[in-house]
Design a protein around this ligand. Structure first.
Ligand code: CA
Length: 267
């Protein structure tokens, strides 16, 4: 779990509201190491906040931490972080409400940190706009992996990213623009529904396993509940105007996974 650094020096830099960042260490003209992200850590537990800030700074990030939901919302606006780590148990505002308010002011990726491995709550938070989650107690290395994954997804979805449109029958999926349309009509998809559709479209006509979807779309490489995939899949099917029992594009291959293919007789 967290490595609490020994050391007597007062850590003024870790007080809420201050930004800490490692001094640049790359040699001039040397290769650019990974892009440094501005990470806002919202956590009321002082020990967790300090150890996270230390670990993230050591990983090359600029870190600002806040101990309350209200100060965190202000920090999202003033500081415009690249990614937010949000503890759900805050003293002033419930974490789910902080997420909702944050989504009202910023599209910044949010990783929620929850004390309970409660799948219903996690699915709900993901659906409300969280990008990923970690369950406490988690290691700084796990969080860093989640941060990198979220940033990769943001980059992949950024304008100018190289992925081309995929056309399957009447379905057009444009990962770079994060747009999808069916028979010329734009589809209103949540972030996760879009990621699920785009992943299946990019792999079409291959069958994709639920394990792969959990790893690639939900960033759960060690697997999770298939129900997580199935819940989002059923919402996606509804938006495509089909059902599991009368599939058009999204077909379940029993015991293997899913595939996205053109309807019979379609392009
Ligand atoms: Ca807490």
């Amino acid at each position: 779990m967290f490595a609490f650094p020994a050391g007597g020096e007062a850590k003024a830099a870790l007080s809420p509201g201050q930004v800490v960042a490692a001094a640049p260490t790359a040699p001039p003209g040397g290769p650019t190491v990974s892009a440094v992200a501005a990470v806002l850590v919202i956590e009321d537990d002082l020990r967790i906040r300090e150890s996270l800030a230390d670990a993230l700074v050591a990983a090359g990030h600029a870190v600002r931490s806040e101990a309350t939901g209200s100060s965190a919302l202000a920090a999202v606006i003033d500081w415009a972080p690249d990614v937010v780590v949000l503890d759900l148990g805050l003293p002033d505002i419930d974490g789910a409400d902080v997420l909702r308010m944050l989504r009202g002011v910023s599209p910044v990726p949010v990783i929620v940190a929850t004390a309970r491995d409660d799948e219903a709550q996690i699915v709900e938070l993901l659906d409300r706009g969280a990008d990923d989650y970690v369950v406490k107690p988690y290691t700084a290395a796990q969080l860093e992996a989640r941060i990198r994954a979220v940033l990769r997804r943001v980059e992949a979805g950024a304008p100018g990213a190289g992925t081309g449109e995929v056309v399957i029958g009447g379905l057009v999926v444009a990962p770079a623009r994060r747009e999808a349309a069916l028979d010329g009509r734009p589809l209103e998809l949540t972030r996760l529904e879009f990621d699920l559709l785009a992943h299946l479209a990019q792999r079409s006509p291959d069958v994709v396993t639920r394990r792969e979807l959990l790893a690639e779309v939900w960033r759960q490489p060690y697997g999770g509940a298939d129900k997580t995939v199935d819940v989002h899949l059923s919402w996606l099917r509804r938006k495509l105007g089909e059902t599991g029992t009368a599939p058009v594009y999204l077909h379940t291959v029993r015991g293997v996974g899913l595939k996205l293919v053109a309807p019979d007789g379609g392009g």
